[in-house]
Ligand binder design. Structure first.
Ligand code: MN
Length: 315
């Protein structure tokens, strides 16, 4: 998706980098995009900008689209990041400037690497269900990889295993002896846990990883704390295992990663490491350079970047 609820401020984004197995509850901020699509933005959060290299997290829906409504996010650019899209219900139709056109369905992963620059659109496909429910993440590329060639990867079948009465799917990194084939550029973990029946499971996790939990449906607890919906729970680093209780029907996203270190800049749909880099991306988008064209998108014009005052110093 595009960052449509842009508020003009640029955040210097950094992981907590702290240790100790605390639990911070960070409520999401709700907004409505077109077609009645509700979004809860969990990252970046004023109190926590990143978890490992995970720098952006939107919980999309759940909503029911009216017959006339379709998701339609027109072509927009990205640099310096990867977008990871995960559907819980419904479909999204990705089209990009490399020529990829891909419908994503629940249980699959779309991983788009922006690197030096890519543009894409996201729409409802012609044949769609009424429901839309999903999650979109951005992953900041390490500075050494920020200018890599753009790429797009769709993974149809991911490693999945039932542990006790919980189904665990690993879409990024490694967990419970499962390893996702998705290509990422820093130590990361992304998994979805689904409660088949009420049960408690314990998962080994890398001690050096900052961890985060987001409940997207139902009732779940970590240790003895019940987790609310649309709230990101940041666990910091320092845990070697995680004990989770999921009620039947509960869904939990688990993310983690090694502390990112040097802060990144985020402005609109760009992740960068300097003011100049972000401004160059904006100039290139306005001038029609660098980001190619989403030739498969036929519904109209591409998105216009918000104004960035010449005098504004990005922080
Ligand atoms: Mn996007």
């Amino acid at each position: 998706m595009s960052n449509l609820s842009h508020d003009g401020a640029t955040l210097r984004c950094q992981g907590a980098g702290d240790t100790g197995a605390h639990l911070h509850a960070l409520p999401g901020r709700q907004s409505v995009l077109g077609a009645g699509l509700t979004i809860s933005r969990l990252l970046p959060h004023p109190k926590l900008r990143m978890i490992g290299a995970w720098c952006f997290l939107d919980h999309i829906g759940p909503v029911r689209l009216n017959d006339a409504d379709n998701i339609d996010v027109a072509p927009h650019p990205h640099i310096g990041l990867q977008t990871a899209t995960w559907m819980i219900n419904g479909e999204l139709w990705h089209k990009d400037s490399l020529g990829y056109e891909q419908v994503i369905r629940p249980g699959q992963l779309n991983l788009m690497t922006a690197g030096h620059g890519i543009s894409h659109s996201e729409e409802s496909p012609p044949q769609r269900s009424d429901a839309v429910h999903g999650v979109q993440f951005w992953i900041a590329l390490p500075e050494s990889c920020k200018d890599i060639a753009p790429a797009f990867e769709h993974i149809d079948t991911l490693p999945r295993q039932q542990i006790g009465q919980t189904q665990v799917t690993v879409f990024i990194g490694e967990l419970a002896n499962m390893c996702s084939p998705a290509k990422v550029y820093s130590p990361l973990l992304g998994a979805e846990l689904v409660g088949l029946q009420d049960d408690t499971i314990t998962l080994a996790v890398p001690t050096q990883f900052e961890l985060g939990l987001l409940v997207t449906a139902g009732t779940a607890c970590v240790d003895d704390t019940e987790l609310g919906l649309d709230t990101l729970y940041a666990l910091g680093c320092g845990r070697s295992s995680l004990t989770l209780t999921l009620a039947a029907g509960a869904r939990v996203m688990l993310i983690g990663g090694a502390p990112y270190g040097k802060p990144v800049l985020m402005w609109w749909n760009f992740v960068g490491h300097s003011d100049e880099e972000i401004r160059q991306g904006l100039d290139d988008w306005e001038n029609g350079d660098r980001f190619g064209e989403v030739t498969a998108y036929s519904k109209g014009t591409r998105l216009t970047a918000p104004a960035l005052n010449a005098g504004t110093r990005l922080r």
